[in-house]
Every structure is written in structure tokens, then in C-alpha cells.
Design a protein around this ligand. Sequence first.
Ligand SMILES: Nc1ncnc2c1ncn2[C@@H]1O[C@H](COP(=O)(O)OP(=O)(O)OP(=O)(O)O)[C@@H](O)[C@H]1O
Length: 271
Amino acid sequence: MNMLTDAAIENAMDKTPAHEAVKMQGSKVRVFYGEKQALFDVDLDIRENQVTALIGPSGCGKSTFLRCLNRMNDTIDICRVTGDITLDGEDIYDPRIDVVELRARVGMVFQKPNPFPKSIYENVAYGPRIHGLANAKSDMDAVVERSLQKAGLWSEVKDRLHEPGTGLSGGQQQRLCIARAIAVSPEVILMDEPCSALDPIATARVEELIDELRENYTIVIVTHSMQQAARVSQRTAMFHLGNLVEEGPTDKMFTNPEDKRTQDYITGRFG
Ligand SMILES: Nc1ncnc2c1ncn2[C@@H]1O[C@H](COP(=O)(O)OP(=O)(O)OP(=O)(O)O)[C@@H](O)[C@H]1O
């Protein structure tokens, strides 16, 4: 069921880039929900302008780790994070960090498309407005157009910008959410199973988009689909029971993993 096609592996192998600057770094990251520990001393580098896929069986801590990267876990009362996480070398858990600003730099796209109950235009304009990034109407129009262009949605919505975002198809809504994330010029985009609610055609469109976006952004994606990890990512990190089992170039992880748990997972023996 999780077997990879040769084409998917070849595709991953073609895309391993030479440049390896570290954008975000997690060291000894532990996460607790009340008494229960969900992550154990995770050390993981997120490389700039690459797509890093987080994989592993359900409940292994992928989403928990993803949420650490923009402090979304702060919104969960019982959640406690220890260890260090940096963005461009700066500690994102430093009390002096403005979390709203951090989340503009490290944006997030969720599993289920969640446009605001507003127009397509307003969905994209909301972030730049609250961050004061575009004040004049013409500037805002330009930001909205550019963001929708980058999300590959402009041609489909340019004549209906003032219609509700919730009236779009699921795949279009997810690209609208990506446009909304892009509109505040993030450096990193976190995606938590962004295609799980989409049909295969909409999934393919979002996967193509992810590949285009990595030119300008660093992307971390949680996925249950091994094929998707192989198609879109350059690096893959395998989690199991709250531990990072191994991390490496996606082609190596799928053809020659070091850990038996990775081997078992990618060949569909568990998970
Ligand atoms: N808000 C929460 N409160 C309490 N426990 C939580 C919470 N969120 C996650 N957990 C627990 O932390 C562990 C890791 O969960 P997490 O959602 O990060 O795993 P995951 O690998 O993303 O799973 P899935 O693939 O099913 O989404 C699980 O045992 C889960 O039950």
C-alpha cells in the first residue's frame, strides 16, 4: 500500500539540491501534553529553500513537532515545550520574541482548507492589513494579485475576487489558504497534511505548487503519503513514538534507509 513507484523515487533523486543552508534548527526538543511526553530530544535541521517531509505512523509526533516551529503549541494550555528552536540562529522561544511576527515569518497551512467567511480578496488582504504591509488600495491590490498568482489561483478567481472564499472548490480553497500564508511574505511555510481533504487532481495541483514555492520559501510538510513525500520533498524525517528515527535526503530515505523502522514504514509493514 505504501510502495513507491520507480518514477516517484527517480523524481525525488532528481531534486536533491546542492545548497544546504540551515533555516531552522531544533535541538533536544521535548514536548509534553500535561504529564504525557510526546517528543523526546528531537534534533532536526530544516534546510533553506528545500521541502522537508515529516513522516511516521499516526501519533508519532509529526504535527507536534511542526507546531513547535511557529509556536502554535502555545495555544494548547497543557502543552509544554523544552529544548531550543532557532530561526536564522535566533531562539524563537525567547520571551522577547513577538509571536504574531514569528507566525508571519513562519506561516501555516492546515489539513482542512479553512478560508475565513469573507471574500477571496479579503482572505488574502487580511494578513497584510493587520501587519501594516500595504496601506494604499493599489498596494493591497498588488499584494493580493501577486499572492494569488504565486498560489496558482489568480486565473481562476480574478473575475470573482469579491465572492466568498468558501464558495471555491476544496482544492481552490487550499490554494487560497496558501495565498493567504504567502501574502505576509513568510520565510517558512508549515503544511500539516495539506492534501488530505483533496481529490487526486487538486492534490497534484497543490504538489506542483509546493515544488514551485520552494524557490522562494522553506517548506516543512507533514504527510501520511509516502508517494507525496517522495514527489515533493528533498529531505525526509521519520518519526516513531515521539522520537526522530532518522533524517536525510529523500532519495536515500526511500531507497536505503538506515533504520529498520523506516524500512518497515515505507514498505507499508506498519503505520
Ligand atoms: N492537544 C493535545 N492534547 C493532548 N495530547 C495530544 C494533543 N495533541 C497531540 N497529542 C498527543 O501527542 C502525541 C503526538 O500527536 P501528534 O498529533 O503530534 O502525532 P502525529 O504524528 O501528527 O499523528 P497523526 O499522523 O495521527 O496526525 C499523540 O500521542 C497525541 O495523542
